[in-house]
Every structure is written in structure tokens, then in C-alpha cells.
Design a protein around this ligand. Structure first.
Ligand code: HEC
Length: 158
């Protein structure tokens, strides 16, 4: 009877150790995936650079030489925007990952809004439609701002 009990314990211990290791590497969540950096790093290293590719490809800027249209002029240039929009669209999903998410309904709304706006940009770039891309760029910007208004302000006032 006693031996049986010990045998069970011997079997169980390595399993517990494994679970502890898995728990450590995956953070506090039960999921097999985990953020690769902080929320801040996600913003500055992932989301911002990809969004910049979209914003830098829509509308026009005024330079010393006059107005310069930013829309891509080559197939490759439009493809770059398609790729960046895909990154931003997937970013909305990542924002709902444990470790990046705030676990609130509003947060998830913004995250999903980001994905929708980025998919709009992706379709515009695929259609090489400069006006639609400009509108989608504005929609993306509005989502960034709305979430920051709610969640960055809270950070600052705490
Ligand atoms: C779901 C909410 C949410 C969305 C959507 C969002 N952000 Fe953020 N962002 C945050 C939070 C929260 C912080 C503060 C993170 C911190 O300081 O740890 C932040 C911080 C940042 C920062 C650092 C700002 C600074 O001044 O220190 C940048 C840059 C940024 N976001 C860019 C973007 C861009 C670009 C988009 C849209 C394409 C975007 N974010 C969309 C929540 C969001």
C-alpha cells in the first residue's frame, strides 16, 4: 500500500516540475503563446513602424519643391503597403493576447477596430486605390487615438 503511494508520488513529481517550467516560460497564462516583449515595445517596435508604412503611402506632403503625392508608383510599393497592413491587422489580434491585453471590453473593441481598419487598408492597397487607402489610414489613426485617450491617460493619472 505504502509502496504504491510512493510510486504515484515518483510519477507525479516530474509532471509537476514540467508544469512549473511550462508555467514559467508562458508567463501567467495557460496559453502556449506569450508576448515577446512589453506592451510598450509592442507599440514602438511592431505597431508603429508598420502603421508608418501605411501613413507614408497615402495623401500628399508639401515640400520646398511643392506638393508630393505619397501613393506608391510601383507594384512593389503597393505590395509593401499590403504587407504592412497585414501586420497591423494581425496586431489587433495580438493586442487581445494575455500579457498585452487589458482584459476589458473596450480594449477588445479597439483591438478589433484596429484589425477592421487595417483590413480596409489592405484591400485598398490590393486595389491600388489611393483615395481608399487615405481613408483607411485615417480610420487606423482614429483607433490608435481612441485607445490611447482611454488607456494611456489612465496610466498617467494613476
Ligand atoms: C487597444 C489599445 C491600443 C491601441 C489600439 C493602440 N495603442 Fe498604442 N498604446 C496603448 C497603450 C496602453 C500604451 C501605453 C503603453 C506603455 O506605456 O506601457 C500605448 C503606447 C503607444 C506608444 C508609445 C507612446 C509614447 O509616447 O510613449 C506608441 C508609439 C503607440 N502606442 C503607437 C500606436 C499606434 C501607431 C497605434 C495604431 C496603429 C496604436 N498605438 C494603437 C494602447 C493602444
Amino acid at each position: 500500500m505504502k509502496t504504491h503511494g510512493y510510486a504515484f508520488f515518483a510519477l507525479c513529481t516530474p509532471v509537476l516540475v514540467l508544469m512549473a517550467i511550462a508555467g514559467c516560460s508562458a508567463g501567467s497564462s495557460d496559453t502556449p503563446y506569450a508576448p515577446t516583449g512589453s506592451q510598450y515595445q509592442f507599440m514602438t517596435d511592431y505597431l508603429e513602424p508598420a502603421s508608418d508604412v501605411i501613413w507614408d503611402s497615402a495623401g500628399a506632403i508639401i515640400t520646398a519643391e511643392g506638393e508630393v503625392d505619397l501613393q506608391p508608383t510601383t507594384e512593389e510599393g503597393w505590395l509593401k503597403v499590403v504587407h504592412a497592413a497585414t501586420v497591423v491587422a494581425e496586431g489587433g489580434n495580438l493586442l487581445m493576447m494575455p500579457g498585452l491585453a487589458m482584459g476589458e471590453a473596450d480594449w477588445n473593441e479597439y483591438a478589433q477596430g484596429l484589425t477592421r481598419a487595417a483590413l480596409q487598408a489592405k484591400r485598398a492597397a490590393q486595389a491600388q486605390d489611393a483615395d481608399a487607402l487615405f481613408d483607411a489610414g485615417g480610420a487606423i489613426y482614429n483607433v490608435c487615438r481612441a485607445c490611447h485617450n482611454q488607456y494611456m491617460a489612465q496610466d498617467e493619472f494613476e
